[in-house]
Ligand binder design. Structure first.
Ligand code: HEC
Ligand code: HEC
Ligand code: HEC
Ligand code: HEC
Ligand code: HEC
Ligand code: HEC
Ligand code: HEC
Ligand code: HEC
Ligand code: HEC
Length: 425
């Protein structure tokens, strides 16, 4: 009572009465103080936390019927605005992370999914920029599910702005923004909203594409020999983002445990190398790579480690510059030609503890050098650096679509021969 009287004397009181129509009396009680824009709290790091809550916005949120104290259960009105009731918080981020835990109490399913996500493991490993519930949903303005799946309301763009802009220009983004086709995917349709995974590990993203484009495998078979192999070893974006820079990534893969090798298994071997993102000037050559793979295998920490080749686009932004199908790359020569662009940039990668991928630069020769035959395995045999193959191939392609099986067989034969030659080197 004492508190209420104290506030009743405040000059802006009449205005506050008109706010937050439809809220329970207890909630309006809280807003008597918290609708003051200037109300704030000092944090231990010297910063301030604004304590201003917009009652009208809360009244329009999906939670308007949940009383303030159902989320803020620890608030004791008698003491909480006074010195004795003051709780210390280190900084704004710590406050958000602590308070957002309340969402888990009623949305256990989402919280469970979130806890398996890369965002959650980033938060746990101390990344202050990775999101908790309230970063994506807000705290007092939580809206319906549909609102987070629109171009204006999608929460991901706050932090992945460059990717959002690239996505907007993609055919999926255009289908939404210009054609109004809401069945075209937005971030969470490919990445999921709560159990967001690491982008370049596993088949999850590819499976998302194929989930909507169920005929994709058949459609590519019509013109692309060995379509299955291509769809496995070439990322969809490497052909569908025609303007992207492409490269080859060799992922260290633990055959015994059937998963990508993790950094902590082999850190000493990599500790000296700067990652590609750090603009490393040191890059692995074929002999070093061979030694590395051999050393890892001998150590016994992870047996049967091999390198899995995959052609992918160079950056996360590139991966979202997808274009309509008539722009997609179908020219065999853009990959199967001497000195073809995608083979000039090579990285070797493994998985960090937080789930993201660490990439290390390698010399492009690791793909063609005889020394790498064992370490780089199947991917090495690619026609990407052999012009003779292209000539034969083009002649055969000119013969027409009917000859696709012949192209395929001939390619296989040629590659076999080449493989054999490589072996003898
Ligand atoms: C008499 C004014 C007043 C009323 C009424 C009031 N508060 Fe506060 N509140 C404050 C002040 C002042 C602070 C800052 C206290 C501090 O510095 O620790 C605060 C801090 C807070 C904080 C942030 C700090 C923390 O401890 O988490 C929350 C959340 C909060 N109030 C919620 C509520 C809720 C919910 C109600 C209604 C049940 C309410 N307040 C009613 C004045 C008020
Ligand atoms: C659905 C749960 C929920 C309800 C209902 C709720 N809050 Fe909050 N509130 C939170 C969370 C979570 C935070 C922490 C937000 C952050 O910083 O990430 C928070 C933060 C706050 C803060 C600190 C300032 C800020 O915005 O970060 C104040 C003050 C506050 N709430 C007051 C209120 C009042 C007053 C009401 C009722 C009108 C209310 N809350 C209703 C969940 C809730
Ligand atoms: C990285 C952003 C992000 C984070 C973090 C996040 N969400 Fe969501 N959430 C979304 C998006 C986007 C949607 C709408 C799309 C969907 O549901 O697939 C959504 C939908 C929801 C829905 C409605 C789903 C339905 O099926 O009706 C609930 C409830 C929800 N989130 C709760 C939570 C809770 C609780 C947390 C924290 C444990 C959380 N969210 C963390 C982005 C996020
Ligand atoms: C006290 C229980 C409770 C708490 C705590 C709570 N919610 Fe909710 N939330 C609900 C209920 C119940 C609904 C369904 C409301 C409706 O359909 O009108 C809901 C709806 C939602 C929706 C919209 C779902 C849809 O289908 O459109 C989202 C998003 C959401 N909550 C996120 C959150 C977030 C984020 C937090 C933490 C800041 C949180 N909730 C805290 C009970 C809670
Ligand atoms: C509050 C900021 C924030 C929001 C909101 C956010 N993210 Fe993230 N996200 C991060 C940070 C930080 C990382 C760590 C890697 C980085 O810096 O890009 C990350 C990483 C990722 C990764 C993994 C990248 C990798 O290296 O494999 C994906 C995928 C991702 N986010 C997708 C999403 C999607 C989808 C949404 C919306 C549903 C979203 N993010 C919302 C901050 C955010
Ligand atoms: C059509 C499916 C699709 C949509 C829609 C989509 N992404 Fe992606 N995203 C991908 C693919 C595929 C990759 C790259 C995987 C790889 O490296 O091979 C990726 C990669 C990422 C990465 C990791 C980038 C990096 O640096 O490694 C982030 C972060 C991300 N997406 C966020 C988003 C956000 C935010 C949105 C919405 C604006 C979004 N994505 C929309 C499919 C999609
Ligand atoms: C949620 C379903 C969904 C997902 C996931 C999805 N797409 Fe799409 N995609 C669509 C729809 C719908 C269209 C048609 C857009 C339109 O015409 O309105 C489309 C269009 C396309 C087109 C253009 C076809 C044309 O006619 O030019 C290509 C190519 C394509 N998608 C490739 C991909 C790739 C690659 C991925 C994964 C990285 C992917 N899609 C993920 C639904 C999806
Ligand atoms: C080697 C290059 C290449 C790769 C890899 C590739 N595509 Fe394509 N894709 C194309 C080309 C070229 C077309 C256009 C074919 C045409 O118009 O006849 C196409 C067409 C499509 C279409 C439109 C089909 C139609 O006829 O409407 C979809 C959808 C599609 N691709 C999805 C995917 C998905 C999903 C992946 C990854 C799993 C993928 N593509 C991988 C080159 C590729
Ligand atoms: C975007 C790059 C790209 C394009 C375009 C492309 N390929 Fe490939 N192709 C590859 C890669 C990478 C491999 C090797 C996959 C592996 O070894 O894991 C491959 C493998 C092959 C193989 C199988 C070789 C073997 O070892 O069995 C044949 C045959 C082939 N391509 C023919 C073609 C033809 C014909 C075209 C044009 C219609 C074409 N490719 C277009 C990248 C491409």
């Amino acid at each position: 009572m004492l508190l209420a009287l104290a506030v009743a004397g405040a000059p802006a009181f009449a205005g506050i009465q008109q706010q937050a129509q439809g809220l329970a009396a207890e909630d309006r009680q809280c807003l008597k103080c918290h609708s003051f824009e200037s109300l704030s709290k000092e944090l231990e790091d010297g910063g301030t936390l604004s304590l201003h809550v917009i009652g009208d916005a809360f009244a329009q949120s999906v939670h308007h019927w949940i009383g303030c104290t159902n989320c803020h259960r620890d608030i004791d009105l008698d003491t909480h605005s006074q010195a004795t009731g003051r709780k210390p918080y280190a900084n704004k981020r710590e406050y958000s992370i602590a308070l957002s835990k309340v969402c888990n109490e009623c949305h256990e399913d989402k919280s469970h999914l979130y806890q398996g996500s890369i965002h959650s493991s980033l938060v746990e490993s101390g990344n202050l920029n990775a999101p908790v519930c309230t970063d994506c949903h807000g705290s007092h303005t939580v809206a319906t599910r549909a609102s987070y799946e629109t171009l204006t309301g999608v929460p991901c763009k706050q932090c992945h702005e460059n990717i959002f802009n690239a996505y907007l220009g993609s055919m999926h983004g255009q289908a939404r923004s210009e054609l109004g086709h809401i069945q075209a995917p937005i971030c969470a349709d490919c990445h999921r909203a709560h159990d967001v995974g690491a982008a370049s590990i596993g088949d999850r993203l590819k499976d998302a594409c194929v989930g909507c484009h169920q005929n994709a495998a058949l459609q590519h078979k019509e013109w692309l020999p060995n379509a299955g192999l291509h769809l496995r070893s070439v990322s969809c974006a490497a052909c569908h983002a025609p303007a992207a820079r492409r490269k080859v990534d060799l992922m260290l893969y633990d055959g015994e445990r059937q998963r990508p090798l993790s950094e902590k298994d082999v850190l000493p071997h990599f500790a000296k190398l700067p990652t590609a993102e750090q603009g490393g000037t040191v890059s692995l050559d074929a002999v070093e790579l061979w030694k590395l793979v051999r050393a890892i295998n001998q150590e016994g920490t992870a047996a049967e480690v091999t390198l899995r080749g995959r052609m992918e686009v160079a950056t996360g932004v590139d991966a979202h510059q997808l274009a309509w199908k008539d722009k997609a790359i179908r020219d065999c020569g853009s990959c199967h030609a001497d000195g073809a662009e995608p083979f000039q940039e090579v990285t070797v990668s493994l998985v960090r503890e937080d789930g993201t991928r660490a990439r290390y630069d390698a010399e492009s020769e690791v793909l063609s050098s005889a020394v790498s035959l064992n370490s780089v395995g199947g991917f090495y045999a690619l026609g990407g650096t052999r012009i003779k193959l292209l000539d034969v191939l083009l002649v055969l392609v000119v013969l027409g679509a009917a000859s696709v099986p012949i192209v395929h067989l001939t390619m296989r034969k040629l590659l076999r021969k080449d493989r054999a030659k490589g072996d003898r080197k």
